[in-house]
Design a binder for this molecule. Structure first.
Ligand code: BGC
Length: 345
């Protein structure tokens, strides 16, 4: 950690001990309640992974003797802000936010701080504010694993013709996934080993938007491509629907992320080539533990710091795994994340 980071952190009233960033919860009053109350504000519950996040997080907080209030905003910034205002009014001791729009939710963090409530940004970064803590996976690495998988499949002496489907522009993670993909692909593009024939951003990460992008790509370039670099399993699913309609499913390499059950099944069947497994149990459990520490105004240790446009946010980054047909059993099944009988039908 460099001196600038240290100074920024110190100026944000955070203390640093032997190279570790120690985030202290806000200075708000402790409530008269016996059990801490945590507010969880979610962008959406439409994708499978977020339902798992909610259930595991809630179970862990409750097992630790605290309570949770959950709100979901259905991908609407105004609704998410209202949800958070309501959680603040209900005097939660700490807020955990999965933002729909990372920039728009800076306002919510400011409101929480005015009420003395510390905020943990969960998986997606909230930008442009004095965020207390950020817990996520290594998102650049996710993009690198996706692109590396494709780089390993460039035909001998030839080139890989690619369609790229990015995530929601409002989600900072989508930009980090692209950054990781670019790290691997740009030199290959420059060397003529990869050619990007079509690319677009899938608004709100919706599978139907990914399907439209794939349809538009096929209309423009025909069936003459080798792979679709889809940034998550939802968008992979949309792309594969379009491929199925064209009789191309299973012939085109498709990437993903999240190890959604439907994606694991597609990998077992051969219509999707890979996904990235991000152990939701780990992020949900750690978020619960960290949120409880913030709620109890106990110090938190964060080894990383990620710039959010205003400060270097004390951050905890979790590991990820690339999953293909070859290691489905050794990863998601072995970990208990998926049942073998559900994946291999
Ligand atoms: C998450 C992904 C998820 C995507 C769409 C991203 O912020 O990191 O796991 O697939 O949002 O919900």
């Amino acid at each position: 950690m460099n001196v600038r980071v240290l100074l920024v952190l110190v100026s944000c009233a955070l203390s640093v001990v032997t190279g570790l960033v120690v985030a202290r919860g806000g200075v708000g009053t402790t409530t008269a309640r016996q059990r801490p109350l945590i507010g969880l504000s979610m962008d959406t519950l439409k994708e499978e992974r977020w339902q798992v996040d909610r259930d595991l997080f809630t179970a862990k907080v409750q097992a630790a003797g605290a309570d949770v209030l959950v709100q979901s905003a259905n991908s609407n910034d105004a609704v998410q802000l209202q949800n958070i205002e309501s959680l603040i009014t209900q005097k939660v001791d700490a807020l955990v936010i999965i933002p729909h729009d990372g920039a728009a939710m800076a306002k919510a963090v400011n409101l929480a701080h005015q009420a003395g409530i510390p905020v943990l940004s969960y998986d997606r970064l909230i930008t442009g504010c004095d965020l207390d803590l950020y817990l996520t996976f290594d998102n650049v690495k996710v993009g690198e694993l996706q692109a590396k998988f494709l780089a390993d499949r460039i035909p001998q002496g030839g080139k890989l013709r690619l369609i790229r489907i990015y995530g929601a522009k409002t989600d900072n993670n989508a930009k980090l996934f692209k950054q990781g993909q670019d790290n691997i692909l740009n030199p290959l593009i420059a060397a003529g080993k990869v050619e990007v024939l079509f690319e677009d951003w899938a608004e709100d990460w919706k599978p139907e938007n990914a399907k439209k992008i794939t349809n538009a790509a096929i209309t423009k370039i025909g069936p003459n491509f080798d792979a679709i670099l889809a940034s998550n399993d939802g968008t992979a699913g949309g792309a594969i629907q379009a491929l199925t309609e064209e009789g191309l499913a299973g012939k085109i390499i498709v990437t993903g992320q999240d190890a959604d059950l439907a994606a694991c099944q597609r990998i077992a069947q051969g219509t999707q080539a890979m996904t990235v497994y991000k152990p939701i149990q780990t992020i949900a459990n750690q978020a619960a533990e960290l949120a409880l520490k913030l709620a109890r105004r106990q110090p938190v240790i964060a080894r990383d710091a990620i710039a959010n446009g205003k400060i270097d946010v004390p951050s905890v980054l979790l590991g990820i795994v690339s999953v293909t047909k070859d290691n489905l059993r050794d990863t998601v099944v072995k970990d208990g994340f998926r049942k073998e009988s559900d994946v291999f039908q």
